[in-house]
Design a protein around this ligand. Structure first.
Ligand SMILES: Cc1ncc(COP(=O)(O)O)c(C=O)c1O
Length: 410
C-alpha cells in the first residue's frame, strides 16, 4: 500500500492541497474517521457523473437515461454484495444509514410482549433507542451482557444468559465493532450460539465494515447494517444486508411508490426484494458513490487497512499510555482496538482537548459521549476524547498528535 500516493486521491490530504493552501494553518490531521471518513476523488467523480451525464430515475421510465441509472444502481448493489460476500444481490437493501437499517429491522419483525432482545452494555444510541421504544410500546424485554473489565465481550455470560432464557430470545442485536473503544465482538461464535437457541442475529457493522473483513456468508449473520459515509462513501446512504429468507419474512417499513407492483382503490401488491423496502425515488448519486467507495476499498485491500490502523494505534498507545493522567477506554492492547484511541485526562474537559488540538495544529478528533451516553452514564463519566485513524493516516501525523497532546495536557 503506497499511502503517499493514496493520499493524493483525498483532496483534503493531497500534495496539491498542500501546495495551494492560502491558509497559514497546518495541513489537516483528520483523526475523526469513526465519525465519518474522507472521500476519494473517485467517489466524488462517480457521483458527479450521475448528476451531469444521466440524472434520471431508476425503475420507472423506459428511456436511455433511466436504463443507465438502473444499470449503475444494479452495479453498485452488486459491488456492495461482493464486498460483504452476500449470496444474492437482492439481499442488499439501500437505506439512508445504519440507523435507518436498524430501525427497518426493529419495525418489521413481529415482536410480541415478552420476546427478548440481547445486546452489549455499550451500544451506540442507534442500536439502543429503537429497542428501548419496542420495550416501552410492545413490552419486549431488553437484556444486556456486561463487558469484561477491559471492555471486551464476555462470551461465557452470553452463552449462560441465552441458555437461561430458554428460547425466549428473538434477536441478538449487537454492535460488531464498538465506536467507543474499537473492540470487536466474536460474532462467529455469538451467531452459532444464538442460532442454536433459535434466535436471529443483527450486527451493527457501522464500525466493522470500513475496517476489517466482513464476510456475512461465513459469519452466517441474519441482518447486517452499515453506512456509506464511514467507508469512503457519501453521507445519506447506507445498507441493510439480510438473508433472503429472513428479509422475505419481514413486514414492510416505509411504503409507497416503487414498493408495490399493483394497486387498486382497496388493495396493493407488494414488490419482491429489494424494492419492497426501498420506497420512493432513491439517492441514486449516493448509491453510485457507495459502490465506487467499495471498489476503492477493494483496491486498497481490507487487510492492508487493518494493518495500517494497527501500526498507527500501536504507536499512539506506546507513546501515550505512560502518562498516568491519561485513562484509556478499552483494552491496552492496540490489536484489540482497531483504529480507535479513546481517552480521558484527569481534570481536563475532553471538549477542551479537542478544541486545543484543532486550534494549535489543525488536528481533528471527536469529544463527548460519542452517542454512547448509556455507557458513560452507567460508569458515571461525562465523556472522552477519541482519536480514530484510517488507512490514509500516517505515522508522522500520529507523532504530531502525540507531541501536541503532550504540550497541551501533560
Ligand atoms: C457503532 C455505530 N453504530 C451506529 C452508528 C450510526 O451510524 P449512522 O449515523 O450512519 O446511522 C454509528 C455511527 O457513529 C456507530 O459508530
Amino acid at each position: 500500500m503506497n499511502i503517499k500516493k493514496l493520499r493524493n486521491d483525498f483532496p483534503l490530504l493531497s500534495e496539491e492541497n498542500q501546495k495551494n493552501r492560502k491558509s497559514k494553518k497546518n495541513m489537516p490531521i483528520y483523526f475523526d474517521n469513526a465519525c465519518m471518513s474522507l472521500k476519494p476523488i473517485q467517489v466524488v467523480e462517480a457521483m458527479n457523473q450521475y448528476y451531469t451525464e444521466f440524472p434520471g430515475c431508476a425503475g420507472r421510465s423506459a428511456h436511455s437515461i433511466s436504463t443507465k441509472v438502473n444499470d449503475e444502481v444494479y452495479n453498485a448493489r452488486n459491488t456492495i454484495k461482493k464486498f460483504i460476500n452476500a449470496k444474492r444481490t437482492e439481499e442488499i437493501i439501500f437505506t439512508r444509514n445504519t440507523t435507518e437499517a436498524i430501525n427497518l429491522v426493529a419495525n418489521s419483525i413481529n415482536f410480541k410482549k415478552g420476546d427478548v432482545v440481547i445486546q452489549t452494555d455499550k451500544e451506540h444510541n442507534s442500536n439502543l433507542v429503537p429497542w428501548l421504544i419496542k420495550q416501552k410500546n410492545i413490552g419486549i424485554k431488553r437484556e444486556f451482557i456486561n463487558s469484561n473489565s477491559d471492555n471486551t465481550f464476555n462470551l461465557d455470560e452470553f452463552e449462560e444468559k441465552l441458555a437461561k432464557l430458554n428460547n425466549k430470545v428473538k434477536l441478538v442485536a449487537m454492535g460488531h465493532t464498538s465506536n467507543l473503544d474499537g473492540t470487536t465482538i466474536p460474532a462467529d461464535k455469538i451467531i452459532k450460539i444464538a442460532h442454536k437457541q433459535g434466535a436471529l442475529v443483527l450486527l451493527d457493522a457501522a464500525q466493522s465494515a470500513p475496517h476489517h473483513e466482513l464476510n456475512v456468508k461465513r459469519l452466517d449473520a441474519d441482518f447486517v447494517a452499515f453506512s456509506g459515509h464511514k467507508m469512503l462513501g457519501p453521507s445519506g446512504i447506507g445498507a441493510l444486508y439480510g438473508k433472503k429468507e429472513q428479509l422475505e419474512k419481514l413486514n414492510t417499513f416505509i411504503v409507497g411508490g416503487d414498493t408495490v407492483s399493483e394497486t387498486t382503490q382497496n388493495s396493493f401488491k407488494l414488490e419482491g426484494l429489494p424494492n419492497k423496502f426501498e420506497a420512493g425515488l432513491q439517492d441514486y448519486a449516493g448509491i453510485i458513490g457507495f459502490g465506487a467507495a467499495c471498489k476503492y476499498l477493494n483496491k486498497v485491500g481490507i487487510k492492508n487497512i487493518a494493518k495500517q490502523e494497527f501500526k498507527l494505534n500501536s504507536l499512539m498507545t506506546e507513546e501515550l499510555l505512560e502518562f498516568s493522567k491519561l485513562n484509556l477506554i478499552g483494552p491496552k492492547d492496540p490489536k484489540l482496538r482497531g483504529g480507535i484511541f479513546n481517552f480521558m485526562v484527569d481534570e481536563i474537559d475532553p471538549h477542551q482537548i479537542a478544541i486545543m488540538l484543532d486550534q494549535s495544529k489543525n488536528i481533528m478528533i471527536r469529544s463527548g459521549a460519542h452517542c454512547n451516553h448509556s455507557w458513560f452514564n452507567a460508569h458515571k463519566l461525562k465523556g472522552s476524547a477519541r482519536a480514530s485513524t484510517y488507512f490514509y493516516n500516517t505515522e508522522e501525523e500520529v507523532e504530531t498528535f502525540v507531541e501536541t497532546l503532550k504540550k497541551i495536557v501533560f
